[in-house]
Design a binder for this molecule. Structure first.
Ligand SMILES: CC(C)(COP(=O)(O)OP(=O)(O)OC[C@H]1O[C@@H](n2cnc3c(N)ncnc32)[C@H](O)[C@@H]1OP(=O)(O)O)[C@@H](O)C(=O)NCCC(=O)NCCS
Length: 405
C-alpha cells in the first residue's frame, strides 16, 4: 500500500477532509449548511494535509498558527494541531504516523518552537513526542451555599451582550488582555469562526457576559443552560460556563459574582478552570465547590528544544545538566546545562536523561521531574539533580490554556 501525503486545497478537498475527520470521530455529525466558501474561513490555508491511498483521501491532519506562553512570559511560535483522523477502514496501517511525521517536519520547517493538541485518547500521541503539559479541572458550584467571604472584592461591571456582537468583541477582549500564565495560547480568527458556527448550530439558549466598561472590557464568560426540559419547575437548574476568560483577579471576581448571582440558577458548572484556581478560598463554605473531573489539557511537542529551553525562565540558583533524546527530530537530541540564568548547550555528562515527551511534560511547569522519574520517563540515579531540576522548573501559576480546539 503506497500512501501519498500532501497539502489539501480547494473547497471540495477541505470539506472532504473535515467530514473524514468527523467520520473518524464517530460522535460528530457531518458538516451541513456551510455557505459557499465558508470552509476556507474555518481552516488556515496550507495547513490541512491529507493521506491518499490509491487516490482516495483516507486520513487528515490540520494545524493553526498561534503563539504559546512559556514560564516567564515569552511567547513562542506554536502550531495548534487538530482534526487528526483516519477512516475506520484504514486504521492501524501507519497512516496517522505518516501524517504526524509529515506535519512535524513542516512545523519544524516553519520555525515554530512547539506544537500542542487536545487528545481524544491518552495513548495516541506519546509515540510522536507529545507529553501532557497542562491540565484543567471541571468544577461544580452549588449557588445556594456559595456566599463569598466578606473580604472578597466587588470586581468591575458586567453586562450581557448580544451573541451576534460577541464574535467581534470577544476576539478583541482576548487579544488585548492576553494572560501571562504559562500555557496561554493565541486564539486565531479561524477558531472564532468555528466557535461561532458550533454555537449557532447548537439548539437552545446561550449567553455572553463581558467584564469592564464598554471599550475597556477585560474578560468574558460564555454560558448556557443545560437539561432544560423541566426548566420551569426544576430545582436543579444548571448553567455550564463553556469559556471563562478572567485573566486578572478583579475580572475573575466580577464575572464570578455575576454568574453565582444569576436568578433561578442552582448550579454553575465551570467546564475548564486551571488546577490552581482559587475559588474555594473565596467562599464562606468551601464545600459549595466540587471538582468533578481533572483532564489532561495541553499535549505539547517540543519542536525546537534549544529555542524552547532558552526562551523560558528558571527559578533559583541550582544547576543541572540534562540530555534530551528525540527519535523523530534528531536535531533535538542534545545536552543542556540549565541554571537560574537560562539554558545552554553543554558538553559535560548529563545527570538527567529524558526523552522529548518527558521534557514536554515539565516545560511549562505542569509536572515534576520527580514524577517523571517515578514513571521511568527520566533516567537518573541522582536524586539531588531531580530536586534541583524541580526547583528550576517550578512556576508560580499552574500552566493552563482554557480552550479546547
Ligand atoms: C487515532 C487515529 C488517528 C490513529 O490512526 P492510525 O492510522 O490507525 O494510526 P497508526 O496506524 O499510524 O498507528 C500508530 C501506532 O499507534 C497506535 N494507535 C493508533 N491509534 C491508537 C489508539 N486510538 N489507541 C491506542 N493506540 C493507538 C497503533 O496501534 C500503532 O501502534 P504500533 O506502532 O505500536 O503498532 C485513528 O485511530 C482515528 O482516526 N481515530 C478516531 C479519531 C480520533 O480519535 N482522532 C484523534 C483526535 S485528537
Amino acid at each position: 500500500m503506497t500512501t501519498e501525503i500532501r497539502v489539501l486545497n480547494g473547497e471540495d478537498e477541505l470539506i472532504g477532509a473535515a467530514n473524514l475527520f468527523r467520520t473518524a470521530m464517530i460522535g460528530f455529525p457531518p458538516l451541513s449548511n456551510l455557505a459557499p466558501g465558508q470552509i476556507t474561513t474555518l481552516l488556515e490555508p496550507g495547513r490541512t494535509i491529507g493521506a491518499f491511498v490509491d487516490g482516495r483521501l483516507v486520513g487528515t491532519a490540520d494545524a493553526v498558527t498561534s503563539g504559546l506562553t512559556l514560564p516567564g512570559g515569552a511567547v513562542v511560535g506554536h502550531a495548534a494541531v487538530t482534526h487528526i483522523g483516519v477512516l475506520p477502514s484504514f486504521t492501524r496501517k501507519g497512516i496517522a504516523t505518516q501524517l504526524m511525521q509529515h506535519q512535524l517536519r513542516d512545523i519544524a520547517a516553519r520555525g515554530e518552537v512547539v506544537a500542542t493538541l487536545r487528545a481524544s485518547e491518552a495513548t495516541i500521541y506519546g509515540r510522536y513526542g507529545y507529553g501532557v503539559a497542562s491540565s484543567s479541572q471541571t468544577v461544580e458550584v452549588q449557588t445556594a451555599r456559595a456566599a463569598l467571604r466578606a473580604d472578597v472584592g466587588t470586581g468591575g461591571p458586567v453586562r450581557l451582550i448580544d451573541t451576534a456582537e460577541a464574535w467581534d468583541l470577544l476576539p478583541r477582549i482576548y487579544d488585548e488582555n492576553r494572560s501571562s500564565r504559562p500555557g496561554t495560547i493565541d486564539r486565531p480568527e479561524v477558531w472564532w469562526q468555528g466557535l461561532r458556527l458550533r454555537t449557532e448550530s447548537t439548539p437552545g439558549a446561550s449567553y455572553v457576559a463581558v467584564h469592564g466598561k464598554p471599550g475597556s472590557e477585560s474578560g468574558f464568560a460564555r454560558y448556557r443552560p443545560i437539561d432544560t426540559q423541566r426548566w420551569f419547575v426544576s430545582d436543579q437548574r444548571t448553567i455550564v460556563v463553556e469559556d471563562f476568560f478572567a485573566p486578572t483577579m478583579e475580572t475573575y471576581i466580577g464575572l464570578l459574582r455575576f454568574l453565582l448571582g444569576l436568578d433561578l440558577i442552582d448550579r454553575v458548572t465551570f467546564w475548564m478552570l486551571p488546577v490552581d484556581d482559587p475559588l474555594p478560598w473565596l467562599l464562606v463554605d468551601r464545600r459549595a465547590v466540587r471538582v468533578t473531573a481533572v483532564h489532561d489539557e495541553t499535549w505539547l511537542r517540543i519542536v525546537d528544544v534549544q529555542k524552547a529551553l532558552s526562551a523560558r525562565r528558571y527559578e533559583g540558583d541550582g544547576t543541572v545538566t540534562i540530555a534530551v533524546k528525540d527519535q523523530l527530530l534528531p536535531n533535538n537530541s542534545a545536552t543542556f546545562g540549565i541554571n537560574g540564568v537560562g539554558a545552554e548547550p553543554a558538553e559535560r555528562r548529563a545527570e538527567l536523561n529524558v526523552d522529548i515527551e518527558g521534557l514536554a511534560a515539565v516545560l511549562l511547569g505542569g509536572a515534576t521531574w520527580h514524577s517523571l522519574a517515578a514513571g521511568g520517563l527520566v533516567r537518573t540515579d541522582d536524586q539531588t539533580a531531580l530536586s534541583v531540576a524541580d526547583r528550576l522548573f517550578a512556576v508560580p501559576n499552574a500552566p493552563y490554556a482554557g480552550f479546547f480546539f
